[in-house]
Design a protein around this ligand. Structure first.
Ligand code: OMP
Length: 287
């Protein structure tokens, strides 16, 4: 089960998930200029980042928006990046945040769990309902060793707009979503005690973190918001169970680490590696 593989990788290499939100403007100019197109440069940048980090991180999250924005060539870079992650024996999370009626969701599931854009996990938005938005992906969880991360409480300030609306008993919407994800997760628990049905919970806004975790004990968490968005290792500790059960994403914090080092642009991949190790140890120190 993919949850067991992720659990083992977290145990061996730590909680860091490198976010490959690779904006062309992030590439050092001396590196970018070597390639014939933006998309080819981005793929080669990703390759260097993966080569420099795969022994100190547990997984990679590839944010599709950065590739879609470059059209067909960008999608080739996206596909090649996912294939390279697999070649390295690592786990990929396709950050696609899809959610639609079930017939359309079936096509999204096929599109992101098979073929050119095959990933190990996808991020999903359950707002259109569990049966519509999530169910078509669950067939792949059961039969093809895939996993999902459903948005529960996001890391951005705008999370307050809707996710914190309370019902008549005072329960915020995000907790209700979390409880539903827990029920699904319980049907797909691996040997490690966590499920391949996961949830996205932001590292910021975590004052209710413990209450939420207590309602989602079988759910593997994807925690964005560390680094550039201000999330701290002590916030993340709240979500760990016996030190595992979550991966923590940092995108800009790792990809742009070279900007914080003198002459870093000539050694951006090693700067990314140092930042990934620093982040890994920061999280471990707070367990
Ligand atoms: O699903 C996500 O990954 C996600 C959920 C969330 O609540 N907040 C959030 O920032 N993200 C993603 O996490 C990444 C954060 O990037 P950095 O802030 O640069 O580390 C981006 O790819 C976001 O799309």
């Amino acid at each position: 089960m993919i949850a067991d593989r992720l659990f083992k990788l977290v145990e061996e290499k730590g909680h860091v998930c490198v976010g490959l939100d690779t904006d062309y403007s992030y590439l050092p100019k001396n590196f970018a200029d070597k390639f014939e197109s933006k998309a080819v440069a981005i793929y080669n940048f990703n390759k260097e980042i993966i080569d420099a980090t795969y022994d100190v991180v547990s997984c990679y999250k590839v944010q599709i928006a950065y590739y879609e924005a470059l059209g067909i060539e960008g999608m080739k870079a996206y596909s090649d990046t996912l294939k390279y992650i697999k070649q390295k024996g690592m786990i990929s999370i396709a950050d696609i945040k899809r959610g639609d009626i079930s017939k359309t969701a079936e096509m999204y599931a096929m599109g992101h769990f098979t073929g050119d854009f095959e990933a190990d996990f996808v991020t999903l938005n359950a707002y259109m309902g569990i049966n519509d938005s999530l169910e078509p992906f669950l067939k792949y969880v059961k039969e093809n060793d895939k996993g999902i991360f459903a948005l529960v409480r996001t890391s951005n300030k705008g999370a307050k707009d809707f996710q914190y609306i309370r019902d008549e008993d005072g329960v915020p919407l995000y907790e209700t979503v979390g409880e539903r994800i827990q029920l699904l997760a319980e049907e797909n628990v691996g040997k490690c005690g966590f499920s391949s049905i996961g949830a996205v919970v932001g590292a910021t806004n975590n004052e209710e973190g413990l209450a939420l975790r207590n309602k989602m004990k079988s759910v593997f968490l994807l925690i964005p918001g560390y680094g550039a968005q201000g999330g701290k290792a002590e916030d993340i500790a709240t979500y760990l169970i016996c030190g595992n059960g979550a991966v923590v994403n940092s995108s800009r914090g790792i990809l742009l680490a070279y900007k914080n080092e003198e002459n870093g642009e000539h050694d951006f991949a090693m700067c990314a590696r140092r930042e990934a190790i620093r982040m890994r140890d920061d999280i471990r120190a707070h367990i």
